[in-house]
Design a protein around this ligand. Sequence first.
Ligand code: HEM
Length: 126
Amino acid sequence: MLESKIIIRVIVLGLTLIFGFVLTKLGKPYNTGLFTVHKLLALAFVVMTFLQVKGLDVSSGSGSSGISQLLIVLIIVLVLSIIGIFATGAMMSIGGFNHNLLRIIHVITMSTLVASFGLLVLTFKL
Ligand code: HEM
C-alpha cells in the first residue's frame, strides 16, 4: 500500500519531467496537448502530495524535537517550490518575459521539489 502510493507519485513526477523536456525540445508554439498533459500531471502530483502531507501528524515524532521541525521545514520548501514551478511555468507559456531565466528558475524549483519530496518520502515514509 505504502510502496504503491510512492511508486504512483514517482511515476507521475517522472512523466511530468519527460513531458517538460519534450515541450522544450519541440519549442514554441507549444503543442497544446503536450502542454495540457504536462500541466495536469504536475497538478495531479501536487494534489496527491498535498493529500498525503495533510494526513501527517506534524506533532508526531519526538515532540518539539528535530523530526517535526524537519517536517515543517520540508513542507515549507515543498510549498514554495510548487508555487515557483507553477508561476514560472505559466510565465513561460505566456511569453514576453526572459524565457531562459524563467526556464532556469523552473528547473531549479523542479529540482527543489524533487529533492524535498524525496526527503519527505525517505524520512516520513509518505
Ligand atoms: C511538478 C511540476 C512540474 C515539473 C516537475 C516540471 C518540469 C519541467 C521540465 C523538466 C521541463 C523541461 C525544462 C528544460 O528542458 O529545460 C519543463 C518545461 C516546461 N514546463 Fe514544466 N514542470 C512542472 C510544472 C509546470 C507547470 C504547472 C507549467 C505551466 C503552468 C509548466 C510549463 C512548462 C513549459 C511552458 C515548459 C517548456 C519550457 C521551454 O520552452 O523551455 N510546467 N517543465
